[in-house]
Design a protein around this ligand. Structure first.
Ligand SMILES: [Zn+2]
Length: 319
């Protein structure tokens, strides 16, 4: 048992329940909310979020880990309002995605860590809402500034104990290199969740990450697949094979979903039409398919309840 930061304040890990470890509320950019509010339509977003998360709560979702940092338009006040009014628990993040602010470039890693530690220990955007996870993202290969963000996330983790969650690009094994750099900074593997693994269907990659002792983030964005990815049924069957091989103790499932995209032209992004179930698609489609193919309920609970709790408690994936 441990106490972690949720947007509503301290949260006992025993209360996490059914947890989606990689989701978004709004998908936007730093500063848009203030400078171009017409692109985020905050009132509309709030209505959509209340509808989505009331439905998610009724469908069994207890906790959402919201991994949008500053450069994805993080809005912790909105998150707190949604949490208050839907009873879905939100854990928000510090750290950085791929749109690294220029003001961070070339800084010392401890300088960046000071900023992020403040968001964990004091609060974000002048509020007392504190981050409970550290998000970090890289391309493949990892750029100089992305490596700086990785090392700053490591420093932040070592000072606070808050775990790290990574973004990886599609069709890439860069997660191994992310882990190597984080370990070089002194981070233990079980403090790392490597994300977007459903976007690289490479059994050797997934076995190797499990062997390294990190958490495997099966966060699936596009149910219908894309040019690079088969649609969800094929990917779910691939997941079933990995679970049969014994990867369940390391695995967590999520959607990488958001209520609204404030960018409309990015190719390959899923839409409401593609996924009418939103944050319940795993519950309504993926889990039933896994169970029909013989995955026992205890393994589902392991991935959706026990593993997220262990991750936040700083425990290791174990058999
Ligand atoms: Zn994401």
């Amino acid at each position: 048992m441990a106490t972690i930061n949720s947007v509503m304040g301290p949260l006992d890990t025993a209360e996490l329940g059914f947890t989606l470890p990689h989701e978004h509320l709004v998908d936007s950019s730093a500063g848009i909310r203030v400078t171009y509010p017409e692109l985020e339509l905050r009132d509309k977003v709030l209505d959509m979020a209340l509808e989505s998360f009331n439905e998610a709560k009724a469908g069994g979702v207890d906790t959402v880990v919201e991994v949008s940092p500053l450069d994805l338009g993080r809005d912790v006040v909105l998150m707190r309002e949604v949490s208050e009014r839907t009873a879905v628990q939100f854990i928000c993040c510090t750290g950085c995605w791929l749109d690294i602010p220029r003001s961070f470039w070339g800084r010392d890693k401890d300088f960046i860590a000071d900023l992020w530690v403040r968001e964990i220990e004091q609060g974000i955007d002048g509020t007392d809402i504190k981050a409970g996870v550290i998000k970090v993202a890289t391309s493949d290969p990892i750029s100089e500034q992305e490596e700086l963000m990785l090392r700053a996330s490591a420093r932040t983790h070592l000072r606070t104990g808050v775990p790290i969650s990574t973004h990886t690009p599609t069709s890439s094994r860069i997660g191994e290199e992310q882990v190597r750099i984080l370990k070089e900074e002194g981070v233990e593997p079980h403090q790392i969740y490597v994300g977007h693994l459903s976007n690289t269907l490479d059994p050797d990659y997934h076995r190797e990450l499990a062997r390294l002792g990190v958490w495997l983030g099966w966060d699936i964005n596009s149910p219908h697949g894309s040019a690079d990815l088969p649609e969800w049924r094929e990917r779910t069957d691939y997941l079933k094979d990995r679970l049969d091989e014994g990867l369940a103790p390391s695995m967590m499932l999520s959607h990488d979903w958001n209520v609204v995209l404030s960018r409309i032209s990015s190719s390959g992004m899923s839409s409401r039409e593609q996924n009418p179930d939103g944050y319940l698609w795993i519950s309504r489609a993926v889990i039933p398919r896994l169970m029909e193919s013989g995955v026992p309920a205890v393994v589902i609970d392991r991935m959706m309840v026990d593993n997220p709790r262990s991750y936040f408690e700083g425990a290791r994936p174990t058999d």
